[in-house]
Design a protein around this ligand. Structure first.
Ligand code: CMX
Length: 442
């Protein structure tokens, strides 16, 4: 049986001619056009990135290598004694496009185990930071500090052939991802659990070991597996994935790229929304004295937030136009494990109350909940209540997808990213005379 790297190389060799042929023989075929609204408005929907690792359909949601979330959770091998699949299996699927066997999951687990030791200087960096530093800043700094470990950067310094970039990038991906659970758990225990660090247990899988190092008992291991899998990838245009791709397109190595990816994820319109949801709910709970509000009371809280010119965190999406299947998968988990939890009741009421209000206001293109609306409640229930930590969990998961994408970026020789900017005056001139815009190739 070929190991993960051999299998990946086989896939890369098979795939390369497809990309080469497209560019060489069909490079001038038009697939999109750009409007002023898109140019000013954050490049929505412009088709200008390629990935085969996941695809986001506005109606059906994310497909990882062709599989919808329920199919994915059903098809990937499960960790013995748990309900959730191996995170290692998901990583194998993202990289190769093939569903792994249990033995192949074990092999990836062994690869991670061999590479999991975190250098002492990373702990020194974290300890040098003020304890009230945001955990995402700590997480990003830890990843950035490890840049000196990059196998790709060292090979590039020596001089390597472009065709071999993927190899050392793959090494960096595994070396970095293998260390993330311990770094993430260390930040949590150092910051919020009186600096009582729990050593890793090398017998455990990725998700199980993370739960162990967090010091949270079962079924938190399954919660972690579910989290990391659901948050792993959402095609390439979202801020975190796109940032990782952009930075690595300059041949900055995996550590630079993943640290940058985390910085993008730390924004409140993106990954930080999971912390914002809990913060918003806690604000309402304080005002309600711990009681569950009536629907009318909840509507008032929602309207007050919107009237204050703020967003309702956890609702809306730049691509999705229906309830996020990642929200649905977590809701199913909540219904099974914490149906009577008070915060779950809040979240459920928001599901009922918010979409009609957003629809009536007529601004948000998608009034439905996204992944972040439901993820904090599960953490809270299992005792991880420091909600400014939640985006770190998103970051561990997202690193799986972004690193897999970067390996493929290097394998297929994707170019330095360099879109063209224009001036406001140019847009005004083209608006006045659209024919000149076409003539200018705009
Ligand atoms: N609450 C209030 N207003 C909202 C809204 C929400 N949840 N979602 C969209 N809108 C507003 C936008 O702010 C925008 O207003 P302006 O015209 O005044 O700028 C208008 O509706 C149109 O926005 P859109 O085209 O529907 O959405 P965008 O693609 O611009 O933005 C997103 C998408 C996610 C940033 C936005 O829906 C939002 O701010 N949601 C709340 C934050 C959140 O949950 N982010 C997490 C998303 C998932 C993730 O990446 O993790």
């Amino acid at each position: 049986m070929p190991n993960l790297k051999e299998k990946l190389f086989q896939k890369i060799k098979e795939w390369r001619p497809r990309t080469t042929k497209l560019v060489k023989e069909h490079g001038k075929v038009k697939i999109d056009e750009v409007t002023i609204e898109q140019c000013v408005g954050g490049m929505r929907d412009i088709k200008s990135l390629v990935t085969d690792i996941s695809y986001l359909d506005p109606q059906e949601g994310i497909r990882f290598r062709g599989f919808l979330i329920p199919e994915l959770l059903q098809r990937l091998p499960k960790v013995p004694g748990g309900d959730m699949p191996y995170v290692e299996g998901l990583f194998y699927l993202l990289l190769t496009g093939d569903v792994p066997t249990k033995a192949e999951c074990d092999e990836v687990a062994e690869e991670f185990r061999k590479r999991a030791a975190v250098p002492q200087y990373v702990w020194d960096v974290l300890r040098a930071m003020p304890r009230d530093t945001h955990p995402m800043t700590m997480f990003s700094a830890a990843v950035l500090a490890m840049q000196r470990e990059s196998v790709f950067a060292k090979a590039y310094d020596r001089g390597i052939n472009k065709m071999d970039y993927w190899d050392t990038t793959y090494e960096d991906a595994l070396n970095c991802v293998a260390k993330l659970p311990e770094i993430a758990a260390y930040i949590y225990r150092m910051k919020y659990r009186g600096d009582t660090i729990i050593a890793p247990d090398p017998k455990l899988d990725f998700g199980g070991n993370f739960a162990h190092m967090m010091g949270v008992p079962k079924p938190y291991d399954d919660v972690s597996r579910l989290y990391f899998i659901l948050h792993s990838d959402h095609e390439s245009g979202n801020v975190s994935a796109h940032t990782g791709h952009l930075v690595s397109s300059a041949l900055s190595d995996m550590f630079y790229a993943l640290s940058a990816m985390l910085n993008g994820l730390a924004g409140p319109l993106h990954g930080l929304a999971n912390q914002e949801v809990l913060r918003w709910i806690q604000g309402v709970m304080t005002k309600m004295g711990g009681k569950v509000p009536t629907e009318d009371e909840m509507k008032k809280f929602v309207n007050d937030t919107l009237d204050g010119g703020q967003v309702i965190p956890g609702f809306g999406h730049a691509v999705l136009r229906k309830t996020d299947p990642r929200y649905a998968a977590q809701r199913e988990f909540c219904e099974k494990h914490l149906p009577n939890d008070i915060i779950f009741k809040y979240v459920d009421m928001l599901f009922k109350v918010v979409p009609p209000i957003l629809l009536a206001r007529g601004k948000a293109k998608n009034p439905w909940p996204n992944v972040d609306a439901q993820s904090g409640v599960i953490q809270w229930y299992y005792g991880v209540r420091e909600y400014d930590y939640y985006t770190v969990l998103f970051g561990v998961g997202r690193a799986l997808g972004v690193s897999a994408n970067i390996v493929w970026d290097r394998a297929l020789g994707y170019a330095l990213e360099r879109p063209k900017s224009v001036t406001t005056e140019m847009l005004e001139n083209w608006a006045a005379n659209p024919k000149t815009a076409v003539a200018a190739g705009a």
